[in-house]
Design a protein around this ligand. Structure first.
Ligand code: FE2
Ligand code: FE2
Length: 287
């Protein structure tokens, strides 16, 4: 957690969410880069305690996003967690990172020619992942949630326009790998997201943002590739097995009924009280 004696530059470099919090208080992170938080707040007539409190809240929610044990979650609850935590994070962070990358590339600093490529990669990541989230939420996750909700009573998986789950799941895994390759390229271009000594606070905050982004993506992909998708595929296989069993039972029942109907047709009529009386014989002799 940052201290009031730390400089704005240090604070944005160690806490990913700090730049956003400070901007909300109208603290220009470039202009006040070398001032301590205390000095910047005094100059702007802000309460340093209030700023520290907001920084602490933001740090707590950053850590809260990672400290999750999804082992006991149902598939629907796990999807809800992924969307609320990781998808929302991406929708918030990707435009922010793309904007910062554009700003830094636009400076054309001869000391950092790599920013041209960094901007391109961040933009590619933004476009690819926003499209990926939409596909997951609108197609795959809604199918898995529907399958999970009916799992106790259903005798087969819900109908899907994509055939079986294996196809969209393999597409999503391929897209995760592609996003991870882009992040690895960014890590290499930025020397492990380590800002140079001369870096301005926007530059430091951007690298801190990329580092946090890498960590969040790792957690997000782990939840989907290693927990959600294998469990959803197993449930689909279980529902298919249940469906085949039900079909076999129906076939056996139909076979029995057809056989019974045929036997009834070929047997001679049985005598009983309902048969017409035969001449010269009493009812008793027909019983
Ligand atoms: Fe996702
Ligand atoms: Fe995904």
């Amino acid at each position: 957690m940052p201290a009031s004696t730390q400089s704005i530059r240090e604070i944005v470099a160690i806490q990913t969410s700090a730049a956003t919090v400070l901007q909300r208080f109208d603290i220009d992170i470039c202009l006040h880069a070398d001032e301590s938080l205390e000095q910047a707040c005094a100059g702007l007539q802000l309460s340093v305690e209030q700023v520290l409190e907001k920084l602490a809240d933001a740090a707590a929610s950053e850590h809260g996003a990672v400290a999750v044990d999804p082992a006991g979650y149902s598939l629907s609850r796990l999807i809800q967690h992924i969307v609320r935590t990781h998808h929302q994070y991406l929708r918030r962070e990707l435009p922010r990172l793309a904007e910062a990358a554009q700003k830094l590339a636009g400076k054309h600093d001869p000391r950092a020619p790599e920013f041209v490529m960094i901007e391109k990669l961040v933009e590619e990541l933004r476009a690819d992942l926003l499209d990926h989230l939409q596909k997951e939420e609108q197609v795959l996750f809604s199918y898995i949630a529907a399958m999970d909700q009916d799992a106790k009573v259903a005798s087969s998986p819900p109908r899907a326009r994509f055939g079986t789950l294996a196809q969209p799941v393999s597409t999503m895994i391929r897209e995760h790998k592609s996003a991870e390759r882009i992040v690895a390229a960014l890590r290499s271009l930025t020397n492990g997201f380590a800002p140079q000594e001369w870096a301005c606070p926007v530059h430091s905050a951007f690298y801190a943002g990329l580092r946090a982004f890498e960590a969040d993506l790792g957690q997000h992909v782990h939840l989907e590739d290693n927990i959600l998708f294998p469990r959803a595929l197993a449930l689909e296989a279980e529902l298919n097995r249940r469906g085949r069993k039900t079909k076999r039972r129906w076939q056996a029942a139909n076979l029995y009924l057809n056989h019974a109907a045929l036997s009834t047709k070929s047997s001679p009529p049985r005598m009983g009280r309902t048969q017409p009386h035969q001449e010269g014989r009493s009812d008793e002799t027909l019983l």
